[in-house]
Design a protein around this ligand. Structure first.
Ligand code: ATP
Ligand code: MG
Length: 245
């Protein structure tokens, strides 16, 4: 059996960590606190797709298309030409409506997937599904339905999740971690009284991946993954220290 093709994220350093990119047709989760760059990564993933001729769809539960376009502009990206060419679609909806239309045989979203030949999908953010129920088992069932629906469409999905200590965020973590194929973490790290950014891949099904924690920066052009945090410990706790200290 030949290996499934890879879908590059568009962040060269992250693709290296993922042994070439996401596996085609999988559901991939990125988790991070506010401002860590989840939406930036998502836009980069979609723009890399359209540049390779793969139509993309960003489904947002919190940011209107105009606000996304402004975010993109500050990073040096113009979304309009891709939207006009029918390669990039921004869709604002609610978790309830999304689930319903993904599961309806001829809902507006299923039509969009087929008509526009969507290959890459982003959900910003899946933490919003926790509003649908207080029951952990029920939530796991909802996430299963969501991911099965995305897999039926054959798309490669990037799911964004809010990291934090709130009850809803903990509920998402418990219910979703098991059903996604890949989990990446974006973290703020304190190093010598300055805040740096760290990225790591903690799970990748049916593939090898680099287990290091690497630095990344956000600049015009998006995320840039650089070097590992050599000689430091406790990076994922947010407050690192030198090895041996
Ligand atoms: N042009 C830019 N140059 C440098 N950094 C930028 C630029 N534009 C945005 N950023 C950085 O990106 C961060 C915002 O990233 P993003 O909106 O992707 O975060 P997020 O993880 O989606 O946050 P939230 O959970 O609040 O949606 C800002 O905090 C800022 O530090
Ligand atoms: Mg965001």
């Amino acid at each position: 059996m030949s290996a499934k093709p890879r879908v590059e994220t568009g962040v060269a350093g992250l693709d290296k960590m993922l042994s070439g990119g996401f596996v085609q047709g999988t559901a991939n989760l990125v988790r991070g606190a506010p401002g860590t760059g989840k939406t930036v990564l998502a836009l980069q993933f979609l723009l890399h797709g359209v540049e390779c001729g793969e139509p993309g769809l960003l489904i947002s539960f919190e940011e209107f298309p105009q606000s996304l376009q402004n975010d993109a502009q500050s990073l040096g990206w113009d979304l309009h030409p891709w939207q006009e060419r029918g390669l990039l679609h921004l869709y604002f909806t609610s978790p309830q409506v999304l689930l319903k239309s993904l599961e309806a045989p001829a809902g507006p979203l299923s039509d969009l997937f087929i008509e526009k030949n969507i290959k890459r999908v982003v959900l910003d953010s899946v933490t919003h599904f926790t509003r649908l129920t207080n029951d952990q088992l029920q939530l796991r069932h909802i996430y299963n339905r969501l991911i099965n629906a995305l897999k039926r469409e054959g798309v490669t999905a990037l799911l964004l999740a809010e990291e934090g200590r709130m009850e809803t965020q903990r509920a998402e973590r418990g219910a979703l971690s098991f059903v996604v194929d890949t989990i990446m973490l974006l973290r703020y790290v304190e190093v010598e009284s300055a805040i740096q950014r760290a990225i790591t891949v903690i799970k990748m099904r049916s593939s090898d991946h680099i287990k290091e924690i690497r630095r990344y920066e956000i600049r015009k052009g998006g995320l840039a993954v650089t070097v590992p945090f050599e000689g430091r410990e406790s990076i994922l706790t947010g407050i690192s220290h030198r090895v041996g200290r």
